[in-house]
Design a protein around this ligand. Structure first.
Ligand SMILES: [Cu+2]
Length: 247
């Protein structure tokens, strides 16, 4: 029974306490909303917790296997046993700590989800109509595009979406966001481009043979460039040439 004392409650508690440590950084700093970064952070948090749990309990189990292994045939079944209190503690304490961590992560995800479903008041609106197999965008000011949009950097953009035919799903991997576009329904998603550049949107719901061939480009540009582009598009559509294609 002498081996019992070495199981090391102190190291167990220290390891469990470490699980809670990365929790601090989830608070928002009140700057430009960046749900994509928040999702990344939360995902990283999950990975860190899994890593700590894996290393601590995997390592501990391996240590125990070696430390208490039988070194002679007669020792099999004769190893030191846990007391009842230790056995209960080893079941209850990790369970409570892990559940607390799970609830903590779930609560953060819930807060983030609410953010993701609350459109900022200053968001510009783009109407999106999904088709087999392309995306029509309508800025509501006479400007329409297909399979590409420009948005201003640092400006929340809300997509009000529907579909002309079947269920599609508009997903922007870099912005960590995706939402179905459904015939007869209005759905939405919003995002903020944090820096200039182009990123790809794809259809995330199998919608027919052309499903893989309906990418859309989202180009984030500085506000002034965006304003100039909108103006040029309006002039283009006001010209006597054929009106903007509209299926
Ligand atoms: Cu589709």
């Amino acid at each position: 029974m002498t081996g019992n004392k070495r199981i090391g409650w102190g190291s167990l508690f220290a390891a469990l306490a470490a699980l809670a440590a990365p929790a601090a950084a989830l608070a928002s700093d009140g700057k430009l909303p960046d749900p994509a970064a928040d999702w990344n952070h939360l995902f990283g948090h999950v990975m860190v917790d899994i890593l700590i749990i894996g290393v601590v309990f995997g390592g501990w189990a391996a240590y125990m296997l070696v430390k208490y292994r039988a070194t002679a045939p007669g020792q099999i079944g004769q190893g030191p046993k846990l007391s009842v209190a230790q056995a209960i503690g080893l079941a209850v304490i990790p369970a409570v700590v892990f559940m607390a961590d799970d609830f903590f992560l779930a609560a953060n995800a819930w807060v983030l989800w609410n953010t993701q479903r609350t459109v900022p008041a200053n968001a510009i609106e783009i109407r999106l109509t999904a088709n087999q197999f392309y995306w029509d965008f309508d800025y509501g000011n006479g400007v329409t595009t297909t399979n590409e949009i420009k948005v201003p950097v640092g400006q929340p953009v809300v997509m009000r979406m529907t579909s002309n035919d079947v269920v599609h799903s508009f997903g922007i991997p870099d912005f960590r966001i995706k939402e179905d576009a459904v015939p007869g329904r209005k759905t939405f998603l919003w995002f903020v481009a944090q820096k200039p550049g182009r990123t790809l949107a794809t259809c995330g719901e199998y919608c027919g043979m052309g499903h893989p061939q309906m990418p859309a480009w989202i180009e984030a540009v500085p506000q002034a460039e965006y304003d100039a582009w909108i103006k040029s598009q309006k002039h283009a559509s006001a010209a006597p040439a054929a009106p903007a294609s509209n299926s």
